[in-house]
Design a protein around this ligand. Structure first.
Ligand SMILES: Cc1ncc(COP(=O)(O)O)c(C=O)c1O
Length: 486
């Protein structure tokens, strides 16, 4: 198709830069000041609040053909966006497992956006930064410094990539072109493993039926003998056991699999040993907590998120792989336009695009690097240990109130409870929704042993025992009101 006749517009109308840089600087400073005020005052506002219907309707307006004045736009952000975000920066946001971010992380994001590097490959500092963070991760988990790593969106994606590497290792690189043919691969994980593990099998075409859920003991960790027996059964039945996914910090209760015993089994059967350490793996930053992760160094790969317990701004998931060559073999591509040159910007041996499916990618490594340089690994580790102390404090407060029963004690940073015996289970969810809508606190719901439970994951470096004391009083009042209204 031939190109249509194109209008010859002046560059001021086609460049996307400001025409008045000084005016832009003033607006940009205002934006930064506002965000600093917003962060400093996070505790003074509701944890979460629902969006009014008329505001929701405004997000259905058509594509803007004309630009807006930057100051007007910032005003819209102040009024329409900032008050209605998730709330995970607030100390009493305890739902799911959300990182809280940091002010230095915000600066890092701004710088990264300004630099706007494409970190898929080529020879530039962004690639060196990612390699340095990979070496830091290797140091943290006692992996060799030759280990390979790649930033991805989150642990769901890191688990998926780990599974693809395990498959290539198990079946040889030819499986990249031929597929897995009729080999019936199987994967093993504890019953409490995150749902993204089953989803990874679905996305890889193995089917989630190939995931064997291994029973757990009273600590929530998988039972090694049951794992061994399941693998033996599959060998006998003509399956090809491929991979064990150990969990270091389960999403429901914070439990940790017996990582050393699982490593022994993986070794004995020659299986790939992957660890889902989405939030829990970074407990390794705390010297007090690190012993709980003993055995993690024996894994072939570890998936975790810097955006959770290290509070790097979303998103900053990571996959660390012990055998760098196994990692590269699973993804590197002979795409002609990605050919390497002996010198110039196209130089370099291994680019991040050789280590995963992403080609265009931003600088998640930079904001991680910046946060660790600014805060120091020890301070982040201390904030993680504090979360676990605060979780134990929450458990103590719950045990002191006969209205509630603790159903999963503080394991790392997660506590689960429900209304004590004799009360309607359905009321637990009502209490949680009342708490959300009051703006006082955001715990979330889960299911423990088939029954609903209220769950708090203390991830936030801002949460203190004092916040929890206030929460216990508020929750007791809301629960009493619910019970009184039936
Ligand atoms: C144990 C575990 N695995 C995987 C995930 C998924 O991680 P992401 O949300 O970064 O994809 C989570 C999320 O909380 C998790 O707790």
């Amino acid at each position: 198709m031939t190109q249509p006749a194109l209008k010859a517009l002046p560059v001021e109308e086609t460049s996307l830069d400001p025409t008045d840089w000084e005016g832009f600087r003033r607006s940009a400073r205002r934006a930064l000041d506002r965000m600093i005020d917003d962060l400093a005052g996070v505790e003074d506002r509701p944890v979460w609040q629902p969006m009014p219907d008329d505001l929701r309707a405004r997000f259905r307006e058509d594509l803007p053909r004309e630009g807006s004045d930057l100051d007007d736009l910032l005003e819209d952000v102040r009024a329409d966006i900032a008050p209605y975000v998730t709330g995970n920066r607030h100390p009493l946001f305890m739902g799911w497992v959300h990182g809280a971010g940091t002010p230095v992380g915000m600066i890092a994001e701004m710088i990264a956006a300004g630099l706007n590097a494409n970190c898929g490959g080529r020879d530039h500092v962004g690639i060196e930064v990612e390699k340095q963070v990979t070496r830091w991760a290797a140091e943290l988990f006692d992996f060799p410094q030759t280990a390979s790593g790649v930033f991805v969106t989150g642990t769901s994606m890191a688990n998926f990539i780990g599974l693809l590497i395990a498959r290539t290792q198990t079946l040889s690189t030819e499986s990249r072109t031929m597929g897995q043919r009729d080999v019936r691969l199987t994967v093993y994980a504890a019953e409490g493993a995150h749902g993204c593990v089953a989803q990874a099998l679905e996305m890889a075409g193995l089917g989630s039926d190939a995931l064997r859920m291994i029973p757990t003991d009273e600590t929530g960790g998988l039972i090694p003998d049951a794992l061994d027996a399941a693998i033996m059964r599959d060998w006998d039945d003509g399956f090809r056991p491929m991979m064990i996914v150990g969990t270091a910090g389960s999403v429901n209760t914070g439990s940790i699999d017996p990582l050393n015993a699982v490593a022994d089994i993986a070794q004995r059967h020659g299986l790939w040993y992957h660890i889902d350490g989405a939030f829990g793996a970074l407990a390794a930053l705390s010297p007090e907590l690190k012993p709980m992760l003993a055995g993690i160094e024996r894994a072939d790969s570890i998936a975790f998120d810097f955006h959770k317990w290290a509070h790097v701004p979303y998103d900053a998931g990571f996959l660390l792989v012990k055998d760098a060559e196994a990692h590269r073999r699973s993804f590197s591509d002979a795409n002609a336009y990605l050919q390497r040159a002996p010198r110039g910007i196209a130089a370099g041996e291994i680019w991040p695009c050789d280590l995963g499916p992403d080609l265009s990618r931003g600088s998640r490594a930079f904001k991680t690097w910046f946060a660790f340089r600014a805060l120091g690994a020890d301070r982040i580790g201390d904030s993680i240990a504090r979360c676990c102390r605060v979780a134990a404090h929450l458990e103590g407060g719950l045990r002191a109130n006969p209205l509630f029963e603790v159903v999963a004690p503080a394991n790392l940073n997660i506590v689960c409870w429900r209304l004590a015996k004799g009360h309607d289970d359905a009321l637990n969810a009502e209490i949680v929704m009342d708490l959300h809508e009051s703006g006082l606190a955001v715990p979330s719901m889960t299911t423990i042993e088939g029954r609903p439970a209220i769950r708090a994951a203390i991830v936030n470096h801002r949460t203190t025992e004092t916040h929890i004391d206030g929460f216990l009083v508020d929750m007791d009042r809301i629960a009493q009101e619910r019970l009184a209204s039936g």
